[in-house]
Design a protein around this ligand. Structure first.
Ligand code: PXG
Length: 437
Protein backbone atom coordinates (compact mmCIF):
# COMPACT_ATOMS: atom_id res chain seq x y z
CA UNK A 1 0.00 0.00 0.00
CA UNK A 2 2.42 2.76 1.10
CA UNK A 3 6.22 2.97 0.94
CA UNK A 4 6.23 1.06 4.20
CA UNK A 5 4.25 -1.65 2.47
CA UNK A 6 1.80 -1.65 5.36
CA UNK A 7 -0.64 -4.53 5.46
CA UNK A 8 -4.38 -3.87 5.32
CA UNK A 9 -5.13 -7.12 7.12
CA UNK A 10 -5.55 -5.99 10.73
CA UNK A 11 -8.49 -3.65 10.23
CA UNK A 12 -11.73 -5.65 9.99
CA UNK A 13 -13.69 -3.12 7.96
CA UNK A 14 -17.38 -2.45 8.66
CA UNK A 15 -20.05 -3.27 6.07
CA UNK A 16 -17.32 -3.91 3.50
CA UNK A 17 -16.25 -6.87 1.44
CA UNK A 18 -12.89 -7.01 3.21
CA UNK A 19 -11.21 -9.42 0.78
CA UNK A 20 -12.31 -7.52 -2.30
CA UNK A 21 -11.36 -4.17 -0.75
CA UNK A 22 -7.94 -5.35 0.34
CA UNK A 23 -7.20 -6.56 -3.19
CA UNK A 24 -8.29 -3.25 -4.65
CA UNK A 25 -8.38 -0.59 -1.92
CA UNK A 26 -10.22 2.68 -2.38
CA UNK A 27 -8.33 4.94 0.01
CA UNK A 28 -8.84 8.59 0.80
CA UNK A 29 -6.40 10.57 2.87
CA UNK A 30 -7.54 14.20 2.94
CA UNK A 31 -10.69 16.22 2.45
CA UNK A 32 -11.72 19.77 1.77
CA UNK A 33 -15.05 21.35 0.82
CA UNK A 34 -16.74 19.13 -1.78
CA UNK A 35 -13.70 16.90 -2.27
CA UNK A 36 -11.71 13.96 -0.99
CA UNK A 37 -8.08 13.41 -2.01
CA UNK A 38 -6.51 10.00 -2.47
CA UNK A 39 -3.06 9.30 -0.97
CA UNK A 40 -1.58 9.89 -4.43
CA UNK A 41 -3.38 13.22 -4.75
CA UNK A 42 -6.38 12.52 -6.99
CA UNK A 43 -9.31 14.86 -6.31
CA UNK A 44 -12.59 12.95 -5.79
CA UNK A 45 -15.92 14.78 -5.91
CA UNK A 46 -17.88 13.73 -2.81
CA UNK A 47 -21.53 13.32 -3.78
CA UNK A 48 -22.42 11.39 -0.59
CA UNK A 49 -21.21 13.81 2.08
CA UNK A 50 -18.92 11.06 3.36
CA UNK A 51 -21.69 8.70 4.37
CA UNK A 52 -24.70 11.04 4.28
CA UNK A 53 -23.22 13.14 7.06
CA UNK A 54 -20.81 15.97 6.12
CA UNK A 55 -23.60 18.44 5.38
CA UNK A 56 -21.39 21.51 5.90
CA UNK A 57 -18.76 20.19 3.49
CA UNK A 58 -15.33 18.99 4.57
CA UNK A 59 -12.90 20.90 6.73
CA UNK A 60 -14.99 23.95 7.45
CA UNK A 61 -12.51 26.27 9.23
CA UNK A 62 -14.98 27.33 11.95
CA UNK A 63 -15.74 23.72 12.87
CA UNK A 64 -12.08 22.70 12.77
CA UNK A 65 -11.15 25.55 15.05
CA UNK A 66 -13.93 24.82 17.53
CA UNK A 67 -12.81 21.19 17.85
CA UNK A 68 -9.14 22.15 18.26
CA UNK A 69 -9.91 24.79 20.87
CA UNK A 70 -12.13 22.45 22.86
CA UNK A 71 -9.55 19.65 22.82
CA UNK A 72 -7.10 22.01 24.52
CA UNK A 73 -9.63 23.43 26.99
CA UNK A 74 -11.37 20.35 28.37
CA UNK A 75 -10.88 16.93 26.80
CA UNK A 76 -13.64 15.05 28.58
CA UNK A 77 -16.34 15.62 31.18
CA UNK A 78 -18.33 12.86 32.89
CA UNK A 79 -21.99 13.10 31.87
CA UNK A 80 -23.43 10.96 34.68
CA UNK A 81 -24.06 13.20 37.66
CA UNK A 82 -21.88 15.99 36.29
CA UNK A 83 -22.31 18.36 33.39
CA UNK A 84 -20.55 20.98 31.35
CA UNK A 85 -22.26 24.23 30.37
CA UNK A 86 -21.89 23.89 26.62
CA UNK A 87 -23.93 20.65 26.66
CA UNK A 88 -26.94 22.43 28.13
CA UNK A 89 -26.47 25.35 25.79
CA UNK A 90 -26.36 23.21 22.63
CA UNK A 91 -29.35 21.15 23.83
CA UNK A 92 -31.37 24.34 24.05
CA UNK A 93 -30.14 25.55 20.66
CA UNK A 94 -31.02 22.24 19.01
CA UNK A 95 -34.54 22.25 20.38
CA UNK A 96 -35.19 25.50 18.52
CA UNK A 97 -34.92 23.40 15.33
CA UNK A 98 -37.39 20.69 16.34
CA UNK A 99 -41.16 20.81 15.89
CA UNK A 100 -43.04 22.72 18.58
CA UNK A 101 -43.38 20.94 21.91
CA UNK A 102 -40.28 18.81 21.40
CA UNK A 103 -37.87 20.55 23.74
CA UNK A 104 -35.80 17.78 25.29
CA UNK A 105 -32.83 15.92 23.93
CA UNK A 106 -30.84 12.83 24.99
CA UNK A 107 -27.30 12.68 23.60
CA UNK A 108 -25.70 9.56 22.11
CA UNK A 109 -22.68 8.89 19.87
CA UNK A 110 -24.21 7.45 16.73
CA UNK A 111 -27.39 6.76 14.85
CA UNK A 112 -27.52 3.20 16.14
CA UNK A 113 -27.34 4.41 19.72
CA UNK A 114 -29.97 7.04 18.98
CA UNK A 115 -32.34 4.37 17.69
CA UNK A 116 -31.82 2.02 20.62
CA UNK A 117 -32.20 4.98 22.99
CA UNK A 118 -35.46 6.01 21.32
CA UNK A 119 -36.86 2.49 21.52
CA UNK A 120 -35.89 2.24 25.20
CA UNK A 121 -37.44 5.62 25.96
CA UNK A 122 -40.63 4.52 24.20
CA UNK A 123 -40.82 1.27 26.18
CA UNK A 124 -39.97 2.92 29.49
CA UNK A 125 -42.46 5.72 28.83
CA UNK A 126 -45.30 3.25 28.37
CA UNK A 127 -44.45 1.67 31.73
CA UNK A 128 -44.07 5.06 33.42
CA UNK A 129 -47.52 6.16 32.28
CA UNK A 130 -49.14 2.97 33.50
CA UNK A 131 -49.44 1.06 30.22
CA UNK A 132 -46.93 -1.75 30.77
CA UNK A 133 -48.63 -4.04 28.25
CA UNK A 134 -47.48 -1.74 25.47
CA UNK A 135 -44.26 -3.54 24.62
CA UNK A 136 -44.49 -4.31 20.93
CA UNK A 137 -42.58 -2.31 18.34
CA UNK A 138 -43.36 -1.87 14.66
CA UNK A 139 -40.75 -1.09 12.02
CA UNK A 140 -40.87 -1.39 8.25
CA UNK A 141 -39.44 -3.62 5.55
CA UNK A 142 -36.29 -2.11 4.03
CA UNK A 143 -35.92 0.19 7.03
CA UNK A 144 -32.39 0.83 8.30
CA UNK A 145 -32.11 1.76 11.94
CA UNK A 146 -28.48 1.01 12.63
CA UNK A 147 -26.91 -2.12 13.98
CA UNK A 148 -27.83 -2.40 17.65
CA UNK A 149 -30.06 -5.33 18.58
CA UNK A 150 -33.03 -2.97 18.77
CA UNK A 151 -32.15 -1.35 15.47
CA UNK A 152 -31.76 -4.59 13.52
CA UNK A 153 -34.95 -5.95 15.09
CA UNK A 154 -37.12 -3.05 13.91
CA UNK A 155 -34.99 -2.73 10.77
CA UNK A 156 -36.06 -4.42 7.58
CA UNK A 157 -32.90 -5.10 5.60
CA UNK A 158 -32.70 -8.89 5.29
CA UNK A 159 -28.88 -9.15 5.08
CA UNK A 160 -28.49 -7.13 8.29
CA UNK A 161 -30.73 -9.57 10.15
CA UNK A 162 -29.82 -12.93 8.65
CA UNK A 163 -26.66 -13.65 10.68
CA UNK A 164 -28.44 -12.72 13.91
CA UNK A 165 -31.87 -14.13 13.20
CA UNK A 166 -32.26 -15.96 16.48
CA UNK A 167 -31.29 -12.99 18.64
CA UNK A 168 -33.73 -10.29 17.69
CA UNK A 169 -35.68 -8.53 20.42
CA UNK A 170 -39.13 -10.12 20.69
CA UNK A 171 -42.46 -8.60 19.76
CA UNK A 172 -41.58 -6.75 16.58
CA UNK A 173 -43.62 -6.48 13.38
CA UNK A 174 -42.94 -4.75 10.10
CA UNK A 175 -45.02 -2.58 7.83
CA UNK A 176 -44.64 -3.23 4.11
CA UNK A 177 -42.05 -1.08 2.35
CA UNK A 178 -43.24 1.64 0.01
CA UNK A 179 -41.08 1.03 -3.06
CA UNK A 180 -43.67 0.59 -5.81
CA UNK A 181 -41.46 0.54 -8.85
CA UNK A 182 -44.21 -0.43 -11.28
CA UNK A 183 -46.48 2.43 -10.23
CA UNK A 184 -44.12 5.18 -9.14
CA UNK A 185 -40.96 4.87 -11.26
CA UNK A 186 -39.39 8.21 -12.24
CA UNK A 187 -41.47 10.20 -9.76
CA UNK A 188 -40.07 13.65 -9.20
CA UNK A 189 -40.23 14.26 -5.47
CA UNK A 190 -43.14 12.63 -3.66
CA UNK A 191 -44.59 9.60 -5.48
CA UNK A 192 -48.30 9.64 -6.21
CA UNK A 193 -49.29 6.08 -5.30
CA UNK A 194 -49.21 3.97 -2.15
CA UNK A 195 -50.87 5.87 0.71
CA UNK A 196 -52.91 2.73 1.40
CA UNK A 197 -49.72 0.94 2.48
CA UNK A 198 -49.98 2.89 5.73
CA UNK A 199 -53.31 1.17 6.43
CA UNK A 200 -51.43 -2.08 6.94
CA UNK A 201 -50.63 -0.58 10.35
CA UNK A 202 -54.31 -0.99 11.27
CA UNK A 203 -54.12 -4.68 10.34
CA UNK A 204 -51.01 -5.23 12.47
CA UNK A 205 -52.65 -3.42 15.37
CA UNK A 206 -55.78 -5.51 15.05
CA UNK A 207 -53.69 -8.67 15.12
CA UNK A 208 -51.89 -7.77 18.34
CA UNK A 209 -54.38 -5.35 19.90
CA UNK A 210 -53.25 -1.73 19.90
CA UNK A 211 -53.01 -1.83 23.70
CA UNK A 212 -49.95 -4.04 23.33
CA UNK A 213 -48.05 -1.72 21.01
CA UNK A 214 -45.55 0.87 22.24
CA UNK A 215 -44.24 2.56 19.11
CA UNK A 216 -43.90 2.65 15.36
CA UNK A 217 -40.52 3.61 13.92
CA UNK A 218 -39.87 4.62 10.31
CA UNK A 219 -37.36 6.63 8.34
CA UNK A 220 -39.38 9.44 6.75
CA UNK A 221 -37.32 8.69 3.63
CA UNK A 222 -35.60 5.31 3.70
CA UNK A 223 -31.95 6.11 3.02
CA UNK A 224 -29.82 2.99 3.10
CA UNK A 225 -32.40 0.95 1.21
CA UNK A 226 -31.92 3.29 -1.72
CA UNK A 227 -33.76 6.58 -1.12
CA UNK A 228 -37.38 5.46 -0.92
CA UNK A 229 -39.60 8.53 -0.76
CA UNK A 230 -42.91 8.12 1.10
CA UNK A 231 -45.99 8.17 -1.12
CA UNK A 232 -48.24 11.21 -0.97
CA UNK A 233 -50.20 11.26 2.31
CA UNK A 234 -48.44 8.18 3.70
CA UNK A 235 -46.69 9.73 6.72
CA UNK A 236 -49.81 11.71 7.65
CA UNK A 237 -51.82 8.50 7.57
CA UNK A 238 -49.31 6.77 9.86
CA UNK A 239 -49.57 9.72 12.25
CA UNK A 240 -53.37 9.53 12.26
CA UNK A 241 -53.39 5.82 13.00
CA UNK A 242 -50.82 6.19 15.79
CA UNK A 243 -52.89 9.02 17.29
CA UNK A 244 -56.08 7.00 17.09
CA UNK A 245 -54.48 4.17 19.08
CA UNK A 246 -52.31 6.26 21.39
CA UNK A 247 -49.08 4.79 19.98
CA UNK A 248 -45.79 6.68 19.75
CA UNK A 249 -44.48 7.55 16.31
CA UNK A 250 -40.69 7.70 15.98
CA UNK A 251 -39.04 9.29 12.95
CA UNK A 252 -35.51 8.06 12.39
CA UNK A 253 -34.00 11.22 10.95
CA UNK A 254 -30.36 10.16 11.11
CA UNK A 255 -30.09 11.01 7.41
CA UNK A 256 -33.06 13.31 6.83
CA UNK A 257 -32.27 15.71 9.69
CA UNK A 258 -30.19 18.89 9.53
CA UNK A 259 -31.00 20.30 6.15
CA UNK A 260 -30.84 17.23 3.94
CA UNK A 261 -34.41 17.87 2.76
CA UNK A 262 -34.15 21.65 2.70
CA UNK A 263 -35.68 22.00 6.16
CA UNK A 264 -34.54 21.33 9.73
CA UNK A 265 -36.07 17.87 9.77
CA UNK A 266 -38.28 15.73 7.55
CA UNK A 267 -40.96 16.35 10.18
CA UNK A 268 -41.13 19.94 8.95
CA UNK A 269 -40.49 19.13 5.28
CA UNK A 270 -43.46 16.72 5.28
CA UNK A 271 -45.44 18.59 7.94
CA UNK A 272 -45.92 15.51 10.10
CA UNK A 273 -44.89 15.69 13.74
CA UNK A 274 -43.62 12.50 15.38
CA UNK A 275 -43.28 11.98 19.14
CA UNK A 276 -39.59 11.16 19.02
CA UNK A 277 -36.89 12.06 16.48
CA UNK A 278 -33.56 10.25 16.26
CA UNK A 279 -30.57 11.98 14.72
CA UNK A 280 -26.79 11.78 14.24
CA UNK A 281 -24.61 12.34 11.12
CA UNK A 282 -25.40 15.95 10.10
CA UNK A 283 -25.70 16.92 13.78
CA UNK A 284 -21.94 17.55 13.77
CA UNK A 285 -21.53 17.39 9.99
CA UNK A 286 -19.85 14.05 10.60
CA UNK A 287 -16.81 15.66 12.23
CA UNK A 288 -17.06 14.08 15.69
CA UNK A 289 -19.35 11.12 16.43
CA UNK A 290 -22.57 12.32 18.03
CA UNK A 291 -26.24 11.43 18.06
CA UNK A 292 -29.30 13.04 19.58
CA UNK A 293 -32.80 11.85 20.43
CA UNK A 294 -35.47 14.53 20.65
CA UNK A 295 -38.61 13.83 22.66
CA UNK A 296 -41.94 15.56 23.10
CA UNK A 297 -42.26 17.50 26.33
CA UNK A 298 -44.95 15.28 27.81
CA UNK A 299 -42.76 12.20 27.37
CA UNK A 300 -39.93 13.88 29.27
CA UNK A 301 -42.36 15.25 31.86
CA UNK A 302 -43.82 11.80 32.49
CA UNK A 303 -40.39 10.66 33.70
CA UNK A 304 -39.79 13.85 35.70
CA UNK A 305 -43.15 13.77 37.47
CA UNK A 306 -42.47 10.71 39.65
CA UNK A 307 -41.82 11.61 43.28
CA UNK A 308 -38.94 10.03 45.11
CA UNK A 309 -37.18 8.62 42.10
CA UNK A 310 -33.47 9.43 41.96
CA UNK A 311 -32.55 8.45 38.40
CA UNK A 312 -35.49 8.78 36.01
CA UNK A 313 -34.05 6.78 33.09
CA UNK A 314 -31.50 4.01 33.56
CA UNK A 315 -29.70 4.67 30.31
CA UNK A 316 -26.76 6.68 29.03
CA UNK A 317 -23.29 6.55 27.51
CA UNK A 318 -19.81 7.44 28.79
CA UNK A 319 -19.56 9.79 25.85
CA UNK A 320 -23.06 11.34 25.93
CA UNK A 321 -22.49 15.07 25.29
CA UNK A 322 -18.73 14.56 24.92
CA UNK A 323 -17.10 18.02 24.97
CA UNK A 324 -15.50 17.58 21.54
CA UNK A 325 -18.81 16.48 20.02
CA UNK A 326 -20.63 19.35 21.68
CA UNK A 327 -18.07 21.85 20.42
CA UNK A 328 -18.32 20.40 16.92
CA UNK A 329 -22.11 20.46 17.10
CA UNK A 330 -22.22 24.07 18.27
CA UNK A 331 -19.91 25.19 15.49
CA UNK A 332 -21.74 23.09 12.88
CA UNK A 333 -25.13 24.48 13.81
CA UNK A 334 -23.73 28.00 13.65
CA UNK A 335 -22.34 27.33 10.18
CA UNK A 336 -25.72 25.93 9.04
CA UNK A 337 -27.49 29.04 10.32
CA UNK A 338 -24.92 31.68 9.28
CA UNK A 339 -24.54 30.25 5.78
CA UNK A 340 -28.23 29.44 5.32
CA UNK A 341 -27.33 25.91 4.27
CA UNK A 342 -30.77 24.36 4.82
CA UNK A 343 -32.26 26.96 2.49
CA UNK A 344 -29.38 26.36 0.11
CA UNK A 345 -30.32 22.68 0.02
CA UNK A 346 -33.90 23.67 -0.80
CA UNK A 347 -32.69 26.00 -3.55
CA UNK A 348 -30.41 23.40 -5.12
CA UNK A 349 -32.97 20.59 -4.94
CA UNK A 350 -34.72 21.41 -8.26
CA UNK A 351 -31.36 21.61 -10.08
CA UNK A 352 -30.36 18.28 -8.56
CA UNK A 353 -33.73 16.81 -9.55
CA UNK A 354 -33.45 17.90 -13.19
CA UNK A 355 -29.90 16.62 -13.49
CA UNK A 356 -30.72 13.23 -11.93
CA UNK A 357 -33.79 12.71 -14.09
CA UNK A 358 -31.75 13.45 -17.21
CA UNK A 359 -30.35 9.93 -16.68
CA UNK A 360 -33.70 8.39 -17.59
CA UNK A 361 -33.16 6.39 -20.76
CA UNK A 362 -29.49 5.59 -20.13
CA UNK A 363 -28.54 1.93 -20.28
CA UNK A 364 -30.17 -0.27 -17.63
CA UNK A 365 -31.68 2.64 -15.68
CA UNK A 366 -35.07 1.56 -14.31
CA UNK A 367 -35.86 4.39 -11.87
CA UNK A 368 -34.73 7.81 -10.73
CA UNK A 369 -36.03 9.32 -7.48
CA UNK A 370 -35.25 12.37 -5.42
CA UNK A 371 -36.30 14.65 -2.59
CA UNK A 372 -34.31 17.60 -1.27
CA UNK A 373 -30.65 16.65 -1.63
CA UNK A 374 -31.27 12.91 -1.55
CA UNK A 375 -31.32 11.17 -4.89
CA UNK A 376 -31.04 7.70 -6.37
CA UNK A 377 -30.74 5.95 -9.70
CA UNK A 378 -31.79 2.32 -9.80
CA UNK A 379 -30.43 -0.14 -12.35
CA UNK A 380 -31.73 -3.45 -13.62
CA UNK A 381 -29.69 -6.18 -11.91
CA UNK A 382 -27.43 -8.43 -13.96
CA UNK A 383 -29.21 -11.77 -14.36
CA UNK A 384 -28.56 -13.98 -11.35
CA UNK A 385 -26.07 -11.52 -9.84
CA UNK A 386 -27.98 -8.88 -7.89
CA UNK A 387 -25.75 -6.07 -6.67
CA UNK A 388 -23.01 -6.75 -9.21
CA UNK A 389 -23.94 -3.91 -11.55
CA UNK A 390 -24.14 -1.45 -8.65
CA UNK A 391 -20.72 -2.54 -7.38
CA UNK A 392 -19.20 -2.13 -10.83
CA UNK A 393 -20.68 1.32 -11.25
CA UNK A 394 -19.31 2.71 -7.98
CA UNK A 395 -15.88 1.29 -8.76
CA UNK A 396 -15.92 2.90 -12.23
CA UNK A 397 -17.17 6.17 -10.71
CA UNK A 398 -14.35 6.15 -8.17
CA UNK A 399 -11.86 5.56 -10.97
CA UNK A 400 -13.44 8.58 -12.67
CA UNK A 401 -12.94 10.66 -9.48
CA UNK A 402 -16.53 10.56 -8.27
CA UNK A 403 -17.72 9.18 -4.93
CA UNK A 404 -21.30 7.88 -4.84
CA UNK A 405 -22.98 5.32 -2.59
CA UNK A 406 -24.33 1.97 -3.66
CA UNK A 407 -26.95 -0.32 -2.17
CA UNK A 408 -27.70 -3.33 -4.30
CA UNK A 409 -28.14 -2.03 -7.81
CA UNK A 410 -29.09 1.47 -6.70
CA UNK A 411 -26.68 4.39 -6.72
CA UNK A 412 -27.51 7.01 -4.08
CA UNK A 413 -26.34 10.58 -3.75
CA UNK A 414 -26.62 12.90 -0.76
CA UNK A 415 -24.07 15.64 -1.34
CA UNK A 416 -22.85 18.26 1.12
CA UNK A 417 -25.33 21.13 1.25
CA UNK A 418 -22.64 23.55 0.06
CA UNK A 419 -22.59 22.08 -3.43
CA UNK A 420 -22.86 24.23 -6.51
CA UNK A 421 -24.57 23.67 -9.81
CA UNK A 422 -21.23 22.84 -11.45
CA UNK A 423 -20.70 19.95 -9.00
CA UNK A 424 -24.11 18.53 -9.86
CA UNK A 425 -23.47 18.74 -13.59
CA UNK A 426 -20.02 17.23 -13.22
CA UNK A 427 -21.31 14.32 -11.11
CA UNK A 428 -24.18 13.50 -13.45
CA UNK A 429 -22.04 13.72 -16.58
CA UNK A 430 -19.38 11.50 -14.99
CA UNK A 431 -22.05 8.95 -14.10
CA UNK A 432 -23.47 9.19 -17.63
CA UNK A 433 -20.03 8.55 -19.12
CA UNK A 434 -19.53 5.55 -16.83
CA UNK A 435 -22.92 4.15 -17.85
CA UNK A 436 -22.22 4.61 -21.55
CA UNK A 437 -18.85 2.90 -21.23
N1 PXG B 1 -30.70 5.23 11.25
C1 PXG B 1 -30.61 5.62 9.98
C2 PXG B 1 -31.84 6.10 9.28
C3 PXG B 1 -29.38 5.59 9.32
O1 PXG B 1 -29.30 5.98 8.05
C4 PXG B 1 -28.39 4.74 11.35
C5 PXG B 1 -29.63 4.79 11.93
C6 PXG B 1 -27.24 4.25 12.14
O2 PXG B 1 -26.31 5.24 12.34
P1 PXG B 1 -24.80 4.88 12.77
O3 PXG B 1 -24.24 6.22 13.13
O4 PXG B 1 -24.88 3.98 13.94
O5 PXG B 1 -24.15 4.25 11.60
C7 PXG B 1 -28.25 5.14 10.02
C8 PXG B 1 -26.90 5.06 9.38
C9 PXG B 1 -25.57 3.47 3.66
C10 PXG B 1 -25.27 3.72 5.09
O6 PXG B 1 -24.82 2.79 3.02
C11 PXG B 1 -26.16 4.38 5.88
C12 PXG B 1 -25.89 4.55 7.23
C13 PXG B 1 -24.72 4.09 7.76
C14 PXG B 1 -23.82 3.44 6.97
C15 PXG B 1 -24.09 3.25 5.62
O7 PXG B 1 -26.58 3.88 3.13
N2 PXG B 1 -26.87 5.16 8.00
Amino acid sequence: MSEKNQSLESFWMPFTGNRAFKKNPRLVARSNGMFYYTPDGREILDMVAGLWCCNAGHGHPAIVEAIQTQAAEMDYAPPFGFGHPAAFEIAETLTTLTPEGMNHVFFTNSGSESVDTALKIALAYQKERGQPSRTRLIGRERGYHGVGFGGISVGGIPYNRKQFSNSMIPGVDHLPHTHLLDRNAYSRGIPEFGVELADELENILTLHDPGNVAAVIVEPIAGSAGVLIPPKGYLKRLREICDKHDILLIFDEVITGFGRLGDNFAAQAFDVTPDIITSAKGLTSGTVPMGAVFVRDDIYNEFMSKPGVAIELFHGYTYSAHPLAVAACKATQKVYADEGLFQRAADMAPVFEDALHSLKGEANVIDVRNYGLMGAVEFAPIDGQPGMRGAEIIQKCFEADLMVRVTGDTIAMSPPLILEESHIQHAIETLRTVLRA
